[in-house]
Design a protein. Structure first.
Length: 191
C-alpha cells in the first residue's frame, strides 16, 4: 500500500488533485487546499474496494488519523469524512466532539443533526482529553450556550465557533453573561 507521496500538484479537481510523483500522476482525494505546480508531501490512506482503489491524502499524520477515526463511525464513509474535514477545522471538530456540539458538526455538507450526534456518541471517548484544556468541568457546557447566544444575535455559527472556543478555553471560570460581551467585542474588533 502507498503510505506517503511527494510530488507536484498537476491538476486540481473537485475534492481531489492529480499529484505527479516522478512520471506517475496519482489521483488523491483530499480536504486540503493546494495551488497548481506547488510541491506537496501527503500522508496517504489507501482504500481498496471491490470496484475501486482510492487514495486519500493529508498534509499531516494527525489529519490522516482524524479521517480514519471519522470513517469508523457507521454511516460515515470517506466522502462524508472529507466533507467534514473540508468544512470544519481540526481543532474546532475535535472540540465539538469533546463538548457534544452536534450543531457545529452538522454544518458539513451531508451531515445532519442525527449524524452529528452519532459521531459524538461514537468518538467522544476517543477524543476525550485530546489537546483540550478545559480547566473547569463546566466549560464544555458554556460553549454551546455561548454559540446559541451569538446565533440568536444573528451571527452564523460557522463564523463564530472558533472564536467562541478560544474564549471559553482562555476564560474557563467565566459564565455566559461575561463571555457574550467579550465575544461581541472580539467580533467587532475583527471587522
Amino acid at each position: 500500500m502507498i503510505g506517503k507521496l511527494q510530488g507536484i500538484v498537476d491538476y486540481i479537481g473537485d475534492g481531489f488533485i492529480i499529484l505527479m510523483a516522478g512520471s506517475v500522476g496519482y489521483r488523491v482525494y483530499t480536504p486540503e487546499i493546494f495551488t497548481l505546480k506547488s510541491p506537496v508531501t501527503l500522508w496517504i490512506e489507501t482504500l481498496v474496494r471491490e470496484d475501486s482503489i482510492r487514495l486519500f491524502g493529508f498534509s499531516s499524520i494527525s489529519g490522516q488519523n482524524i479521517f480514519n477515526m471519522l470513517t469508523t463511525v457507521s454511516g460515515v464513509g470517506p466522502k462524508v469524512a472529507l466533507a467534514i474535514m473540508s468544512t470544519i477545522k481540526t481543532d474546532t471538530l475535535m472540540t465539538a466532539i469533546a463538548t457534544g456540539d452536534a450543531k457545529t458538526i452538522s454544518m458539513a455538507p451531508g451531515v445532519g443533526k442525527k449524524m452529528g450526534e452519532k459521531i459524538i456518541v461514537e468518538l467522544k471517548s476517543k477524543v476525550g482529553g485530546t489537546s483540550f484544556d478545559f480547566s473547569s468541568s463546566d466549560s464544555g457546557g458554556v460553549l454551546p450556550d455561548l454559540l446559541s447566544a451569538l446565533e440568536s444575535l444573528g451571527y452564523r455559527r460557522m463564523d463564530v465557533v472558533e472564536m467562541a472556543q478560544k474564549l471559553v478555553t482562555q476564560n474557563p471560570t467565566l459564565d455566559i453573561s461575561k463571555l457574550v460581551p467579550m465575544a461581541l467585542k472580539e467580533i467587532s474588533g475583527n471587522k
